[in-house]
Design a protein around this ligand. Sequence first.
Ligand code: OXD
Ligand code: MN
Length: 592
Amino acid sequence: MTKNPTVLKWLKDMEELLTPDKVVWIDGSAEQTEELRKLACETGELIKLNQELLPDCYLHRTKQNDVARVEDRTFICSREKENAGPTNNWCDPKEMYKKLYDIARGSYKGKTMYIIPYSMGPIGSPLAKIGIEVTDSVYVVLNMLIMTRVSPKVMEVLGDSDDWVRCLHSRCDIDPEKRYICQFPEDNTIISVNSGYGGNVLLGKKCFALRIASYQGWKEGWMAEHMLILGLENPKGEVKYIAAAFPSACGKTNLAMLIPPEYLRKKGYKIWTVGDDISWMRIGPDGRLYAINPENGFFGVAPGTNEKSNFNALASTKKGTIFTNVAHCKNDNTVWWEGLNKDLPENADDWTGKPWDPAKFNKADKSTCAAHPNSRFTAPAENCPCISEEFDKGAGVPISAIVFGGRRAKCTPLVYQSKDWKNGVFIGSAMASETTAAAAGAVGVVRRDPMAMLPFCGYHMADYFQHWLDMGEKLGDKAPKIFNVNWFRTDDDGNFLWPGFGDNMRVLNWIIDRCEGKADATETAIGYVPKPEDIDLTDLDMDMDTLKSILTVDKDVWAKECAEIEEHYKKFGDKLPAELKKQLETLKEAIK
Ligand code: OXD
Ligand code: MN
């Protein structure tokens, strides 16, 4: 498949370390994919679903100790501890390589070593990057075939270059005590052992496209962000692009695939999805910021996905999809999860494979659920009814607005615009979300998650903030405008005041109008807040007073917020960019 000396050397080293019985290159062909699906069904790794209702769809169950990303076992192994920063686990690379090689040594014995050459981003795009993953898991191969672009062409594009990411995955014994997800940013290397769960083993995704790529972006002058990308088409047929970062459980996939309210649809408004999770952005020849989605599929959370909450995501799962840890409906050989519909299935197996008793189901008790709360679908992006025609083009889309957001019951208004790029970086660096009853632990606890990158930044987060400031300098007046949104303001009884979902389009329209100088705003201590009459409430059962209430900036609440941001900033010590300290001081003064 290749004569690239750095690739051949690494593969030889891997073969010697892992001692597989057989080595197979993955070529992305339909024939090979079909053979692997068959093999996985024979070994019990996959269950073939009803091919009439769900063509080319399969079900997989992970081990019960292996159902989510493991942040406490995720390491950034930079040579200097300082370079991993205060928000990452760190280990000396020499020590970690030894530990991991000792764990992985001989672990492919009796198995096949699959070699997956893949491109993050359209193959050959100047914004794309190449990785090679070796794995002993057919499930990983089949997921990577959906989530990335796998083809011999990838090796042609790579040629003799050394600019590729080495990705070693070994299931070993799925032993949680020996589970490690390690990034070595200075070596372009990722090693993942003792897991079979998506986020830990599809190494193109969080490990490469965020942790390694954020480091590469810092060194090479571009950005790898935990952001969806969407195109907003207006009735004139013009499309403007928005990139948006939200912590988990804030509805990123839903926003990326939003269906506008009927009256806006009738006027000709439409949303096109470019990506739902990751955005790579570079300054283009015209000086604007261009983004690609480096992925080729969606690795979405199944529970809660239904025709109303996200029609387009559900439609994406109807063919060529791998479901992980959902319930299996035995009557018609299909799948089910909580929130798919109200028909609790009879004769179903739960996510562990045991018969499920719908009579015992209690929504509030996760242990009675049929599907695991973090059960997933891996669906090809091309299935998505609103996939953007730019998705597969390598040039990327020009970003007009960057949006940050979180879940804040009282603090942040529905939407506001930063005063400028630097102020926008300040807003992103202080981003936070409140925990909900849906997750274990205390409700309403504020967690700071700068730019939604806390678990994904591959280097010192203070350097990352500085990199954002530097990108703003380079972009100058071509920089996207930066906004913050909050769909989650509540009244005193905890009821949401904003309808969310498709109605978020009303806010996106204001954002684009601001970018084009078409909407007015009120300057406040935190930034530019909409005039209430500029948020279109047509056909919405909402009065002006309620809208006004979610656009307010309460000085007492913000004084407390400033104190919390100050505390959050202490972590970064002297490394915190002076500009951000200055921004905080300015805000403190303004809210007095
Ligand atoms: C994801 C995550 O799975 O952010 O996308 O955890
Ligand atoms: Mn994500």
